[in-house]
Design a protein around this ligand. Sequence first.
Ligand SMILES: Nc1nc2c(ncn2[C@@H]2O[C@H](COP(=O)(O)OP(=O)(O)O)[C@@H](O)[C@H]2O)c(=O)[nH]1
Ligand SMILES: [Mg+2]
Length: 313
Amino acid sequence: MEQVEELLQGSRRALARLISLVENNDPRKEEIMRQLFPYTGKAYLIGITGAPGAGKSSLVDRLLTGMRRSGFTVGVIAVDPTSPFTGGAILGDRIRMQEHALDSGIFIRSMGTRGSLGGISRAAREAVQVMDAFGKDIIIIETVGVGQSEIDIVKAADSTVVVLTPAGGDSVQTIKAGIMEIGDIFVVNKCDLPGAERTVAEVKLMLDLKEEPGWRPPVIPVMALRGEGVDELCNSLREHRDYLQRQGLLEARRRERAGRELGELVEFLVKSRVWDSIKTQISLDQFIEAIALRRRDPYSAARELLRQINFPH
Ligand SMILES: Nc1nc2c(ncn2[C@@H]2O[C@H](COP(=O)(O)OP(=O)(O)O)[C@@H](O)[C@H]2O)c(=O)[nH]1
Ligand SMILES: [Mg+2]
């Protein structure tokens, strides 16, 4: 495909175009992903998650400056279903971000709920692969830590940063359990606000209670607004990457991810193909009616549908 060629030659226009095709589940997507695959697997993936307004985008902005200074090229995918904006507005409306947008070593892409046909997490993951094939050294996925799909997105990362804010009067105990599990590094942003020290201490305590061997997630006080603590975060990211590499865990994580993705893909293909053929071949009304009237249980109805399209049931 011509656009794939252009992408591999470094065309940013092709990069933007291909991400759109992938996001919109274009019929050529499968072919695109297949052609790009041999060029993927080189980028380092960083997931950044946290509540809306925690300061993730501000932090990404600071990280970009630091990473570019170190000579890395960076891609950013911001997934924010809570944002009404799509197509670049989430980050792009910020003046500092626009500065980055002029830097050819940086590519920023926003995703809303749009293109979530096959799930936003798959769309984001495939966008990552397109950026990876393009040759970005580091890819940052910024996502709101609200639902399972957002957690799934960061599970695809090599290093995950959880961004918290000073809890004020609240205790950190209210932090969603799932979020604590996935953090490799914790940031307490907005350290200019009251209660920051206490939050840092509480998060440390919570992490200490886990007493797991291996990597101890650092808890870093940050003020993204002024860039304070960002160097420490960059150092921790480097340390975590080195740790994973030293222990052979990077390979292990990526293998685990490959297994999960394969399973999800089979599930997706089966689900869409099977459901499509059921819907085109069979009128579902009488099945639905029978279930609603309690004349037939849903399990046997579902199996009957599969039987009628000759799918193993
Ligand atoms: N006081 C304070 N505000 C911050 C800091 N970092 C970000 N903010 C503000 O928090 C708000 C949300 O930031 P944003 O980066 O968009 O958060 P996101 O939704 O997590 O991406 C913005 O108004 C930022 O200016 C900080 O270190 N201190
Ligand atoms: Mg944001």
